[in-house]
Ligand binder design. Structure first.
Ligand code: AP5
Length: 209
């Protein structure tokens, strides 16, 4: 199944995508993770996009579209994939529709207050990308990754000013995609405010997993 997970920052797209990808045996393709991997490894792409990610603005469409086109052409994506964080603009959605045919777009719904609560409490293990929340899914030892014992960090864009900017960018540039996909009869809404296991059960039912 070829899917897009759409929704505001912090709605739980990444958390759910990891679980669905494992259960369905398809790759989880997160443009945010790809950019952060490049930043961590100080590649040319990473150097170009670091300041953009830190501020919460969007990477230019041309760069992002090329990256996704290349990734979904790989062998492991031929029977399906989850796109998490792409598309984020109408030009990206138009480009995607010329690359492939999607089966489903899941619209993760969460209010701004909860977005801020989730993002400000998020902690990440930089080596693996594993994500925790200081209140909702804390690590066994405070500030340490469960598997490696290494330090957890706060993403630069999870600080207050960047969160506000990301929400503004989402409203202006990404939210119009809800109507874009709804009018094409491809969109399914998912209330992502309950606890993770409840959201996951609802998602599995939607996807017939
Ligand atoms: P990206 O990494 O895609 O960030 P995002 O969309 O803002 O999404 P997040 O990763 O912040 O949130 P999420 O919905 O995955 O939530 P999560 O599961 O982690 O993009 C980062 C940046 O890259 C962008 O700002 C932009 O600069 C650039 N970029 C990326 N794609 C681009 C594109 N297509 N075009 C241009 N630029 C692009 O959950 C959040 C927290 O909540 C976690 O702590 C988690 O443990 C907790 N949580 C999750 N679910 C629940 C629940 N049900 N109950 C309680 N807590 C929960």
């Amino acid at each position: 199944m070829k899917m897009v997970f759409l929704g505001p920052p912090g709605a739980g797209k990444g958390t759910m995508a990891v679980r669905v990808a494992e259960e369905a045996g398809i790759p989880h393709i997160s443009t945010g993770d790809i950019f952060r991997f490049n930043i961590k490894n100080q590649t040319e792409l990473g150097t170009r996009v670091k300041a953009i990610l830190d501020s919460g603005e969007l990477v230019p469409d041309s760069l992002t579209i090329e990256l996704v086109q290349d990734r979904i052409s790989k062998d492991d994506a031929q029977s399906g994939f989850i796109l998490d964080g792409f598309p984020r603009t109408i030009p990206q959605a138009d480009a995607l529709s010329s690359m492939t045919t999607l089966d489903r777009v899941i619209n993760f719904e969460l209010n701004d207050e909860e977005v801020v609560r989730r993002l400000s409490g998020r902690r990440v293990h930089p080596g693996s990308g594993r994500t925790y929340h200081v209140l909702f899914s804390p690590p066994r030892v405070e500030g340490k990754d469960d598997a490696t014992g290494e330090d957890l960090v706060q993403r630069e864009d999870d600080k207050e000013d960047a969160i506000k900017n990301r929400l503004r960018v989402y409203r202006e540039q990404t939210e119009p995609l809800i109507q874009y996909y709804r009018s094409r009869d491809m969109l399914v809404d998912l209330d992502s405010s309950p606890a993770p296991d409840t959201v996951y059960a609802a998602l599995k039912a939607l996807l017939n997993l």
